[in-house]
Design a binder for this molecule. Sequence first.
Ligand code: SF4
Length: 320
Amino acid sequence: MNLVYHRSGDTMKVIDLTPRGYCHGVLSALAMVKKVIRTESYPRPIYILGQIVHNEKITKAFQAHGVISLDQPNKTRMEMLDEIDSGTVIFTAHGISDQAIQKAKEKGLTTLNATCRDVTKVHTAIKHKLAEGYHVIYIGHRNHPEPEAILSISPLIHFVEDEKDALLLPASLIEEKIFVTNQTTLSLYDIESVLKIIETKYPNYLFDNEICNATTVRQDAVIHQEKVDLMLVVGDKKSSNSNKLAFVGKKHQNIDSKLISGVEDIDPKWLMDIESVSVTSGASTPTKVTEEVILFLHQFNKNDPSTWDHDSKLDILDIL
Ligand code: SF4
């Protein structure tokens, strides 16, 4: 049920969409890092191979506890491992290749794997289909760690991001068994246009929709909300599922949808002439960050500049 707040003194409605925020995969990954931090027997330094989940505030909070996140977009997980010679390495919720796990073990590192079980399910499905002789077409986003791990499984996986890539798929595959699946945090809009092209090329393809339940229910809440003047999606610009919430808001309901990392990104001008605003957040967005946004909107009064201060008051150590 969505919570609706009315500000006193005027009519702007603030709608808190539910569900929003942390999913089970993110909660498990955060719990794993916290456990390593408080358990002295895990060798130091503690590394995360990438961002544990795509949220800069969470990365900074762990950094304040001495955890090193090797977040280097131009390097693969395998390449980043070259920089670690000792300690504990945690693989992120987005998944990891078997080769990277093997390399970390050969280097004598203590390893922990925070891969979300929904991502593991896709790895398993692809491995099964490859063993059955299928060619796999995987729909995802370039330069995202989830596809990076998936593509390491086999050269028989064809990566597709958009219609343009789908049009380039080889005609020779028409004779092959084709299995199509996708990154867990996409929206059905991303997939439908690509599937239409795949269908014309390989009419007998088999499709397994792997958008995870957490992504689906958060997008459904956006799709089924009442019409509002503005939707704020609280999430990191690197977070695929947060970006998709804004995309679905724009695409499905034609709502002005803005992705903000926190209250500090709100421009008070956005709120001056509107009557309603909804708020949701990505699966990797700390609850306290979203709550601060809702609190700000609730107390905002366009006639009272003292309510326009949108600096975050959160202590970075307190957001986890
Ligand atoms: S968004 Fe989905 S796949 Fe990603 S961590 Fe959460 S539950 Fe897992």
